[in-house]
Design a protein around this ligand. Structure first.
Ligand SMILES: *[C@@H]1O[C@H](CO)[C@@H](O)[C@H](O)[C@H]1NC(C)=O
Length: 259
């Protein structure tokens, strides 16, 4: 066992050099996870390092740690993965050179997310939660992981009102303003088996435009009442003046002269 470890360290020695002088002529490999990069604990996960050319050795790393494993296989098998094995992984491939072996640039980071349940998404209305009947409102369900399937629910309905896959870490659900008012929530899950589900978002209430700023409405009514009052007062004044003038005119005329 110790011998294997020592041999492993020997083969890895050039990696230290590679880290300080990455070789531009050996383009970075691509690191993938099967069956998925987001899994529940207990799933068998295989990390595969895809080299752009035939390679001699492969090394897998986990960020924040030194070398994880090095072998002549392009696969790294995580049997029945645990929560603790989640994290950011990279890989390199090695080629024998004239002198010591040369290691490629590291791959892009692969985030392996091992979780019983995925974090709660956020649900927001764009441009806002108050919608006019003729307008459209878009409900955005946002997660922290890309490539998920998203479902939008409306309170009181068992089935999702809309459902979609997204390459982005969010999904937009457009709703016609006339039918939009209601209370919504959303969640997301991995698009394929083995499924990992998220918690439900907090509820979001979408209101019709008429409900907008009830205090403004009261204020508007007060202004209208006030104006009506002013008009009424003005009319009364006019009528009073007219009656007084008429009476005065009547008093100045001799009886019967106006027939
Ligand atoms: C994981 O792999 C091991 C060894 O290949 C196998 O015995 C086991 O049944 C697998 N477990 C699952 C959940 O697929």
């Amino acid at each position: 066992m110790a011998l294997v470890g020592a041999l492993g360290l020997l083969t890895l020695w050039p990696l230290c050099q590679a880290a300080s002088t990455p070789s531009a002529s050996y383009p970075k490999p691509r690191l993938t996870a099967q069956p998925a990069a987001v899994v529940t604990p207990g799933i068998n996960v295989t990390l595969r390092c895809h080299a752009p050319r035939p390679a001699w050795r492969f090394a897998f790393f986990r960020l924040g740690e030194s070398v994880y494993v090095s072998s002549d296989l392009d696969e790294f098998f995580l049997e029945e993965v645990t929560l603790a094995q989640g994290g950011a992984y990279t890989c390199r491939y090695g080629l024998p050179d004239r002198g010591p072996s040369v290691w490629s640039q590291p791959s892009d980071v692969l985030e392996l997310l091992v979780a019983e349940q995925l974090p709660r998404p956020s649900l927001v209305a764009l441009p806002g939660p108050v919608v006019a009947p003729g307008a459209t409102v878009s409900l955005r369900c946002a997660a922290r992981v890309p490539g998920m399937s998203f479902a939008l629910y409306r309170a009181g309905e068992a089935d999702p009102v809309q459902y979609r896959d997204s390459a982005e870490p969010w999904a937009d659900f457009p709703l016609a303003g006339a039918h939009a008012p209601g209370t919504y929530s959303c969640y997301y899950h991995t698009p394929h088996r083995p499924y990992v589900l998220s918690l439900r978002s907090e509820p979001l209430e979408v209101r019709a435009h008429a409900d907008l700023h009830p205090p403004d409405y009261t204020f508007g009514n007060l202004v209208r009442l006030g104006l009506a009052g002013l008009v009424l007062a003005a009319l009364c004044t006019l009528v009073t003046l007219h009656c007084r003038n008429a009476r005065r005119a009547l008093g100045q005329r001799p009886p019967g002269s106006w027939v």
